[in-house]
Design a protein. Structure first.
Ligand code: GLA
Length: 386
């Protein structure tokens, strides 16, 4: 049997640098409801999962940054003051965070970092955010920087926005750093206050179906959606200066000021305004233990993402359609940015094998692709391992 991930990362670090490192883990995330609401100052409802990046880190006496990605079998070196985009992508998630910390004048030295992970890549489970958060957390520990978890999440998001170039919101980084066992995180993206909502239902299983597709327009379309939301806000703002985000907007304002100008922008914004409300209603369902009602909202979210926000794709729609109407299925929808990745599904625990069998079989027959299936459960956030 292969060595557990932390042992593998530890041993590789030792063999490369002849000393024992500090080990940290940072998880990927799921999101129950609240898609594309984070950068519109709405609420989201993510959780960290039991799949993670494990990073080993140690100080150097010089200004060098030595990085080794075990899964890719690649090494990358630079210096603290020579940070630029690597051309390899994975180093950028580390370097972007380092750059943010330097900008904020945290006292850093050179360091070595080795990492590996078991978060499926390209599946929309935020393996890149996990690497960013592992980096921020490890550097904070190593150099005793005294950065709060929220500031780490913000630095990781800024790295993704400025260095990697995806204008993401805060959800993924926040979920990785703030995850707790059996808890969902209701995050208010307007002021970053949050509340934990217990998710402890032995009779219910969360299942992820990974389409194994990632359409190439994902990051450009993501940034475009964000701009469309900002255009909608600008149109309302001419009449209501107090409206600074779609969080403040109403369907009536969209109808009056946005629809006559641009139907596409109107549809995008209407989805967001409805979804922001759905998170609130969904959280009420959970507090009342009404998972049936919550599940219906998941299907509604999917409809909105498919027809109004237009970030779904054929494979995701097929998977959700296949789940609709099954007695064992409470809810299903695409999850994350879109254009591929996973659906998230709420299924009665006793029926899980049958559902997986049926969906896997039909997906293969209809697409010629092999579905990947992961069972997910809300888990703890970023921690030191040794
Ligand atoms: C990606 C982004 C998040 C969020 C989701 C959509 O995962 O990184 O910030 O916007 O898409 O909800």
């Amino acid at each position: 049997m292969a060595a557990p991930l932390p042992d593998l990362v530890h041993q590789t670090y030792r063999s490369l640098f002849s000393e024992d490192p500090l080990l940290v883990r940072s998880p990927g995330r799921i999101n129950l409801i609240g898609e594309h609401t984070d950068y519109n100052q709405g609420w989201v409802l993510p959780a960290a999962i039991d799949k993670q990046i494990v990073a080993a880190i140690g100080k150097r006496d010089d200004q060098l940054i030595q990085l080794h990605a075990l899964d890719q079998g690649q090494t990358y070196s630079t210096t603290l003051h020579g940070i630029e985009r690597s051309g390899l992508l994975w180093p950028d998630y580390v370097l972007g965070v380092v750059q943010q910390l330097i900008r904020s004048q945290y006292p850093l030295q050179g360091f070595n970092l080795v990492f590996a992970g078991d978060i499926p890549q390209g599946a929309g489970l935020s393996s890149s955010a996990a690497l960013e958060c592992a980096t921020a957390f490890a550097l904070n520990e190593l150099f005793s920087l005294d950065i709060s978890r929220l500031d780490m999440a913000l630095a990781a998001q800024a790295a993704e926005n400025d260095f990697v170039g995806v204008k993401c919101g805060l959800m993924d980084q926040f979920a990785s750093l703030f995850g707790q066992e059996r808890q969902l995180i209701k995050l208010d993206c307007a002021d970053f206050s949050h509340e934990y909502i217990p998710f402890n239902h032995p009779d219910i299983q969360l299942i992820l179906f990974d389409t194994r597709v990632k359409h190439s327009l994902a990051s450009s379309a993501y940034n475009e959606r964000r701009e469309q939301c900002e255009r909608g806000v600008a149109l309302i703002r001419k009449h209501h200066p107090a409206v600074t985000s779609l969080r403040d907007a109403t369907a009536e304002q969209l109808n009056r000021y946005v629809k006559p100008v641009n139907e596409t922008v109107y549809q995008r914004c209407l989805y967001v305004v409805s979804e922001i409300q759905r998170v609130q209603d969904g959280c009420d369902d959970l507090k009342k233990n009404d998972l049936m009602s919550f599940g219906k909202r998941m299907f509604e979210t999917h409809e909105g993402l498919r027809h109004q926000y237009e970030v779904s794709c054929h494979e995701l729609d097929l998977l959700v359609d296949l789940m609709q109407g099954r007695e064992a299925v409470l809810g299903a929808r695409m999850m994350g940015g879109g254009f591929g990745g996973c659906t998230i599904n709420m299924v009665k625990a006793g029926e899980v094998p049958d559902v997986i069998y049926a969906i896997t079989h039909t997906y293969r027959r209809k697409t010629g692709k092999e579905l990947q299936v992961y069972l997910a459960r809300p888990s703890g956030g970023t921690t030191v391992l040794s």
